[in-house]
Design a protein. Structure first.
Length: 352
């Protein structure tokens, strides 16, 4: 059994930072993005009726310490044991409420003081980046030196903290090592933590022997609830993942069906185009056939006309021959000679 309790629990976090002003001041100055002339010098804890209300689940997953300094700046310090995306919105809401609440005290807009929400998260939630420190505030999208000083939201992903790979301020490193390296299995704290006056004081408060039996029962109950919450969240994550997988599978099938439908539609359009092309060719062939038939009729008509004219010419010629034969017969020309001249037969000549 270790010498200390875990500093991230409700009981221990509040006992260290909710009852010892010098320690929460040190923590704020170490973790907040404050300039040297903005450092916190003194604080007063919020009255109990000003602390944001918690849902039943949040009571066992979120630990908070709220205070303000001599400049009337508001500070909300939280230890979040579990994580959901809605926590960001909740942090923003509570910080906004604290900012707006200043107007209820008769403070003019120009005198409104900023609100800092410092959130330690005992889980990794930004899995696509390596940084553990995330600072949100109102900054001009182009001129980043232009800032509206109002709400400052800081999230610290404790599992990502690696002291050997960072170069932050000394006290920031020490407090984060205190929150990440000390737990119930710690028999002896690292020398670097013991050598620092403020962190050493926090460690002394954490010593198991300093807690009563009732406090230990509350401490154990807190971790039991946290474990239950994590189990429920894990189950929900599995269900959500399963639902997402099914949704992705359905989307893939829908996309495949849509692709097949588009392919079938393309083939139908291609077949329709070919049918229209064949129909056009058939109409063209029919038109050519009709044109050929018309030409044939014209040629036939012309042939018949030529034949009629030939018959007429033949008849006129024969009439001329008959007339010639009559004249020659009237001149008593021999029948054989008339026949030779006109081409009429002897019988035709004698019939004249």
């Amino acid at each position: 059994m270790g010498k200390y309790l875990d500093p991230r629990a409700d009981l221990t976090f509040k006992k260290v930072f909710g009852e010892h002003k010098n320690l929460v001041i040190s923590l704020l100055n170490a973790l907040l993005p404050l300039k040297d002339d903005e450092r916190v010098e003194s604080i007063e804890y919020w009255p109990a009726d000003q602390i944001p209300e918690r849902t039943e689940a949040e009571k066992y997953s979120i630990v908070d310490v709220c205070c303000k300094d001599n400049k009337q700046r508001e500070f909300i310090v939280e230890m979040q044991m579990t994580w959901t995306e809605s926590f960001k919105k909740r942090v923003l809401l509570n910080a906004s409420k604290a900012y707006v609440a200043q107007t209820n005290k008769g403070m003019k807009y120009k005198n409104l003081q900023p609100v800092y929400a410092l959130n330690f998260v005992n889980a990794s939630f930004m899995k696509d980046v390596d940084d553990y420190y995330h600072y949100y505030h109102l900054v001009h999208d182009k001129y980043t030196d232009k800032v509206i000083d109002g709400l400052h939201l800081i999230f610290v992903e404790l599992p990502k903290f690696k002291p050997q790979t960072i170069s932050e301020r000394k006290m920031q490193v020490l407090w984060l090592r205190y929150l990440t390296e000390i737990d119930e299995n710690t028999r002896e704290a690292p020398a670097e933590l013991l050598e620092n006056t403020e962190v050493n004081e926090a460690l002394e408060i954490l010593e198991r022997a300093a807690f009563t039996d009732a406090e230990m029962r509350a401490y154990d109950k807190f971790w039991d609830r946290v474990s239950t919450m994590r189990t429920l969240e894990s189950d929900w994550e599995d269900k959500i993942k399963e639902a997402k997988d099914k949704l992705n599978e359905m989307k893939a099938k829908a996309e495949e069906a849509e692709a097949k439908a588009e392919e079938a539609e393309a083939k139908a359009e291609e077949a329709e185009a070919k049918a229209e092309e064949a129909e056009a060719k058939a109409e063209e062939a029919e038109a050519k056939a009709e044109e050929a038939e018309a030409k044939e009729k014209v040629a036939k008509a012309k042939a018949e006309e030529a034949e009629a004219k030939a018959e007429e010419a033949k008849a006129e010629l024969k009439q001329k021959d008959i007339n010639t034969a009559r004249r020659m017969k009237g001149l008593n020309v021999v029948t054989d000679v008339i026949s030779q001249v006109t081409g009429l037969s002897n019988a035709e000549i004698e019939a004249l």
